[in-house]
Design a protein around this ligand. Structure first.
Ligand SMILES: Nc1ncnc2c1ncn2[C@@H]1O[C@H](COP(=O)(O)OP(=O)(O)O)[C@@H](O)[C@H]1O
Ligand SMILES: [Mg+2]
Length: 308
């Protein structure tokens, strides 16, 4: 290779590097949106919906990181056939880097296993905590959306995750006990703290609905109760029908969105993405722009320290 070809190739490389850096820097800090998926009752489909939402987002050109924040039975890895070797604990104790613990499930979908590391956040001193939040801030370069899959129940961990996120997505099924517990979650979600003017958007989805009509019926009941008794305005993000493809995909340990893209459940997830992230008319109810990852983790850890 001649000297001049070498020079041109070097220049091209340098140019690419500058463009890449420029692209990174042009992403406004805080442009990542955080969504926490919650429910009152377990087994309503949170993990399935989170995972498949991530796949649908990736299909639409968005990069998604899925934080498995189920403090009890972490199950995302079971749903997609991967076993997490490391989790946030290893990032906290400094034995692993963020790249070591992130699992690339497919193009533009990563899983961040929380494990017991999430509990340890509460015991970190302020300096270490800030360092960790800084490290996690690198996710911002990598992803557009952080989805947080939580465990069931109205306990501090779950509520803190919901409160820290830009958006909470509440999952219920048409079962009376699931609706009752979903209402319980809404009741427990405390009002934004003083000085915090950010108004959270709360969406809900009716999973395993027998029909669109049934979904709407449940939605109306829940929406009315939230508005009448709690003064909360919540947005219906549609339903996902009860669909055999979901169970089938679980058996194969693959996202149903990937395995059965034409299934009714996949169509429900596609609509969910449209309502939550798309250009749908309802989108204007998002009062605030995304606040980013650092804000999410700062709020999260602040929530952990606060007595409820
Ligand atoms: N839309 C659906 N149609 C049929 N079965 C579903 C649907 N959503 C979830 N399921 C079933 O419910 C089970 C529990 O779902 P999962 O996502 O693990 O719930 P959670 O995370 O809320 O505990 C799944 O294994 C799946 O078989
Ligand atoms: Mg789950």
């Amino acid at each position: 290779m001649s000297e001049s070809t070498l020079l041109i190739s070097d220049q091209a490389k340098e140019l690419r590097r500058i463009v890449e850096r420029h692209k990174r820097e042009n992403r406004a800090p805080g442009s990542l949106r955080t969504v926490t998926i919650i429910s009152g009752k377990g087994g309503v489909g949170k993990s399935n919906l989170s995972l498949n939402l991530a796949c649908a987002l990736a299909e639409g050109g968005k990069k998604a990181v899925l934080l498995d924040a189920d403090l009890g039975l972490a199950n995302l890895d079971m749903l997609c056939g991967i076993t997490a070797k490391y989790n946030l604990t290893h990032l906290i104790d400094g034995s692993r880097t963020l790249d070591d613990i992130l699992i690339e499930l497919k193009r533009d979908v990563w899983i961040l296993p929380g494990g017991s590391g999430l509990k340890e956040l509460a015991d970190l001193d302020q300096t270490r905590l800030m360092e960790l939040i800084d490290t996690l801030g690198f996710l911002e370069d990598r992803a557009d959306i952080l989805l947080v899959d939580t465990g069931a129940g109205i306990h501090k961990g779950v509520l803190t995750f919901a409160e820290a996120a830009d958006t909470a997505l509440l999952v219920t099924t048409p079962e009376p006990t699931a609706i009752r517990d979903a209402y319980g979650v809404l009741k427990a979600l405390k009002a934004p703290e003083e000085g915090d003017t950010a108004k959270k958007s709360i969406y809900f989805v009716v999973n395993m609905a027998g029909s669109e009509g049934e979904g709407l019926e449940v939605a109306n009941r829940l929406r009315m109760a939230a508005s009448q008794f709690l003064g909360l305005s919540i947005e219906y993000a549609g339903c996902v029908l009860k669909d055999h493809s979901v169970e089938q995909a679980v058996r194969f340990r693959k996202p149903f969105y990937q395995l059965y893209p034409d299934s009714p459940a996949a169509a429900g997830v596609r609509r969910l993405v449209e309502i939550l992230f798309g250009t749908s008319a309802r989108k204007h109810t998002d009062v605030n722009p995304p606040r980013g990852l650092k804000a999410f983790f700062s709020r999260l850890t602040r929530g952990y320290f606060l007595e409820r």
